[in-house]
Design a binder for this molecule. Structure first.
Ligand code: ARG
Length: 496
């Protein structure tokens, strides 16, 4: 007898599930964003079944008609996912059976399991989201490159240990982030390739005795290839772990920019100022202007790492085959994508509206011996002493100046101190050697901070951004062609 909670798999069960069981096991919230992919997967599967004469053309027509209707009804709110039906797959199949009748709707699940079905949905979803994240990263890189172009010879202190190290250009700083984000693009692309293989046809775990052709659904769903080993593909979620790892490192990089923006905008540093529209204030202290967007990005990084740790822990020790534990892979993955996309959505605006205080950067670079290495290099080149000896001399010079609360800019003192070490330099020469702008100009080694190198790097990075955009376009086109081909077959079938 049908019961209120009768499920499509309840044949062997003699009692209903309790509401508690249903509440505990369903995955409706996480599944809602999969319905479009679930329907596309079902359309491709049904077309394959008909091509292989496993179902008839009349069956196919009926199934395709109602699958399309399910999509429309979901869009217009007539079809909502019911937790009593457990997941998105059962909701769509029940809709089909209710509307097309069991004699048609009941055939869709031939040679298929929810185990391969859920993998199709997840892979199609992740594929789209990886491309979205890649686009977001490229937009951020464009922001960094426009800062770089404007500031190839704007000097600022470069830091090691957060202490003044050597002068660099702001453009050099900005291109460093682009260089980092290109590796994120590569990691995301590598994850994309692991994601983009077709699990459909693996069925529950063992394949099937029906004469299916898995390559048909591979093409119709725009996958690169068919994931051959049925038991492996059903048992594995490492494609999600790879995706979460790529997202985690992207967040690490976003969090590092955020950290720099937080302290660059402090009174103490004062080398950047955020636009009012991208900051926030205090409810008690009227003077406050805070870098909350940067802090929230930094703070949300932990949630993305948490998603990765969650999944890795989920996978540990699972026996081969499908395990319901896998259902828990989706909420953290969704959250990770949502966080990364939100951060990538706002950070380019935050960055593009930030004002860099270039005068303050110059003052800082001159205030604290950032060109000491240049003086040491000069002595090696012009005074035939070893670098270690010259390091010692310049170190001593700095120590003396610090003791007297002076800097290199106290030129006469600097000159006289050097004389004590038998180094006699005219002040005009000292000024050249210790000039931060000249220092960066002369750092012309490959990948160094010179404007010439930074300009070359900017050009090369712009080309790489173009290549990435072309690749995203190729992936997107492969997906769209597959959607169009599926839709074309549906039109053709429905017109018969
Ligand atoms: N909701 C399930 C998941 O997300 C779908 C697959 C269920 N399969 C099963 N044999 N119970 O993993």
């Amino acid at each position: 007898m049908p019961t209120p909670h009768k499920t499509l798999w309840s044949g062997r069960f003699s009692s209903d599930l309790t509401t508690e069981t249903i509440a505990f096991t369903h995955s409706i919230e996480a599944d809602t964003r999969l319905i479009g992919y679930d329907i596309w997967g079902s359309q491709a599967h049904a077309i394959m079944l008909a091509r292989q004469n496993i179902i008839s053309d009349a069956d196919l027509k009926e199934i395709l008609y109602w699958l399309r209707k399910a999509e429309e009804d979901f869009q217009n709110g007539t079809l909502t996912l019911d937790p009593n039906k457990e997941d998105v797959h059962m909701n769509v199949e029940s809709y089909l059976i209710e509307n097309a009748g069991i004699e048609f709707g009941g055939k869709l699940h031939t040679a298929r399991s929810r185990n391969d079905q859920v993998l199709v949905d997840a892979r199609l979803y992740i594929r789209d989201e990886i491309l979205n994240v890649k686009r977001g990263i490229s937009t951020l890189c464009e922001g960094f490159l426009s800062i770089a172009k404007e500031h190839v010879d704007t000097v600022m202190p470069g830091y090691t240990h957060t202490q003044h190290a050597q002068p660099i250009s702001l453009g050099f700083w900005a291109t460093a982030y682009v260089s980092m984000f290109f590796r994120d693009q590569k990691r995301l692309q590598a994850a994309y390739e692991l994601v983009n293989t077709n699990p459909l046809g693996a069925c529950a775990l063992a394949g099937t005795t029906f004469p299916i052709d898995r390559n048909i659904t591979t093409d119709l769903l725009g996958f690169d290839s068919t994931h051959e080993h049925a038991l492996d593909v059903i048992s594995s979620r490492d494609f999600i772990a790879e995706t979460l790892f790529a997202l985690s490192l992207a967040m690490a990089n976003l969090s590092r920019i955020s950290e720099e923006l937080v302290y660059w905008t402090t009174y103490e540093f004062g080398i950047a100022e955020l636009d009012d529209a991208y900051s926030s204030g205090s409810s008690i202290m009227p003077q406050k202007k805070n870098a909350d967007i940067a802090e929230l990005t930094r703070g949300r990084t932990g949630r993305v790492y948490g998603a990765l740790m969650d999944l890795l822990t989920n996978l540990k020790g699972l026996p081969l085959g499908y395990n319901r534990d896998f259902q828990e892979d989706k909420p953290p993955l969704w959250e990770a994508f949502d966080i990364v996309k939100a951060c990538l959505g706002i950070l380019p605006n935050l960055l593009n509206t930030t004002e860099f205080k270039t005068e303050r950067m110059t003052d800082l670079v001159n205030a604290n011996f950032a060109t000491a290495t240049e003086l040491a290099n000069y002595l090696v080149k012009e005074h035939q002493i070893s670098f270690r000896e010259s390091h010692e001399i310049v170190g001593w010079l700095v120590g003396e100046l610090v003791a007297q609360e002076k800097t290199f800019l106290d030129w006469e003192l600097t000159q006289n101190l050097l004389k004590q070490k038998d180094i006699d330099l005219p002040i005009s020469e000292l000024q050249q050697i210790l000039d931060a702008k000249l220092a960066i100009q002369n750092n012309q080694s490959l990948g160094g901070t010179s404007p010439a190198e930074v300009s070359r790097i900017i050009n090369s990075f712009e080309e790489q951004l173009n290549e990435i955009a072309k690749h995203i376009y190729t992936c997107q086109t492969q997906i769209e062609n597959a959607i169009n081909e599926t839709q074309r077959i549906i039109e053709e079938t429905l017109a018969k």
